[in-house]
Design a protein around this ligand. Structure first.
Ligand SMILES: [Zn+2]
Length: 344
């Protein structure tokens, strides 16, 4: 712990909005026992309590035609989530990066329209100072803890409904705005929860893709869990769904693509593919029984349904999930050797 560094006050830029400057000074007075890892003295919570209201208040009083609005969109100012929520969710380094991007965007836009707001710049820069100091303040973490926290962050990095990155994550990683006109303000409330395709509203109208995906979110989450559990072991069924046929279905999905636990985007895409194609658990049983050598009448008898239902179920399943149609049928893909990286 670098005591000297922690006791030094956070630098506030001259010309910073007084309300934000006061909040940062109040934060400086209190933050000594706080850290990102502490439950009791959690630094993200301190940001939420002390800094967020000041930033929101400052942002709200900017005139609607201010070049920061829409063009810059600094994290915590107009984003769906507050600064404290964002730092907790994606980490200080990501928020730092996104704040610097916002400032650059603001400068470009301000230059274009010939407006210049020194207070806005000083306020963003002071917020940046705070973020950087908090970043430096995080206690050094063990390798294991690091790995866990990375996974925690990565989980939020994705759209809640598919394997794409959230709009916010895409922005931070690609340093690019969404396809839509960057000056149209509505497009700039970057979502930390959904990708561009699943943003709940588009130009004020409910997005049908969002609503459809949301209706099957329960199924999607179940598939993500099963596929993730299975991805730790390529050699045998591991998804523990409670049904051996479903476990084998999940196993073959993973084994065919050779997906490992760190391939979260691909795992989520696969889960979305299963959900979107409405491959219910009942249909998974049908596919596996046929793939394992039964004819349709035998499957119907085994599952207590009509032969017609079995035929219809098979026809509704996209070819990439028809393990009975794969080359080499009826021999299913041989179990790949488990990767040493995941056997420890
Ligand atoms: Zn999505």
């Amino acid at each position: 712990m670098k005591i000297g560094e922690q006791q030094e006050a956070i630098h506030v830029w001259g010309g910073c909005s007084p309300i934000v400057a006061n909040a940062i000074n109040a934060f400086s007075d209190q933050w000594h026992p706080f850290s990102a890892k502490s439950r009791r003295y959690n630094i993200h919570r301190l940001i939420q309590e002390v800094i967020d209201p000041a930033i929101r208040h400052y942002a709200d009083q900017l005139p609607a035609d201010h070049p920061a609005i829409g063009a810059a969109d600094p994290p915590g100012f107009y984003t769906e989530m507050s600064l404290g929520e964002l730092t907790k969710l994606v980490g200080f380094d990501v928020v730092d990066k996104s704040m610097r991007m916002a400032l650059r965007r603001y400068l470009r836009q301000a230059e274009r329209i010939g407006a210049h707001d020194q207070e806005f710049i000083a306020t963003c820069e002071s917020t940046l100072e705070l973020i950087r100091r908090c970043e430096g303040k995080a206690p050094s973490r063990s390798k294991v803890a690091d790995h866990e926290s990375l996974n925690g962050q990565r989980r939020h990095w994705f759209c809640e409904l598919c394997g794409n990155r959230s709009e916010f994550a895409s922005f931070v990683e690609d340093k690019a705005w969404p396809e839509t006109d960057p000056i149209a303000s509505d497009a700039l409330k970057l979502s930390t929860r959904y990708c561009a395709g699943h943003r709940p509203k588009i130009e004020g109208q409910w997005n049908a893709d969002y609503k459809r995906a949301l209706r099957s979110k329960g199924c999607f989450d179940v598939e993500v869990d099963r596929l993730t559990r299975q991805s730790w072991d390529q050699a045998q069924p591991r998804s523990t769904s409670g049904n051996a046929l479903i476990d084998r279905f999940t196993w073959h999905c993973i084994a065919l693509q050779r997906l490992f636990p760190d391939e979260k985007a691909a795992l989520r895409d696969l889960a979305a593919g299963i959900t979107e194609a409405h491959i219910t658990d009942a249909k998974k049983e049908v596919v596996m029984l046929v793939a394992e050598g039964m004819n349709q009448s035998e499957v119907a008898r085994q599952l207590g349904v009509s032969r017609n239902a079995v035929s219809k179920a098979l026809k509704s399943i996209p070819p990439r999930f028809r393990f009975d149609l794969l080359p080499g049928h009826p021999a299913l893909p041989p179990s790949p050797q488990p990767s040493s990286a995941y056997t420890a």
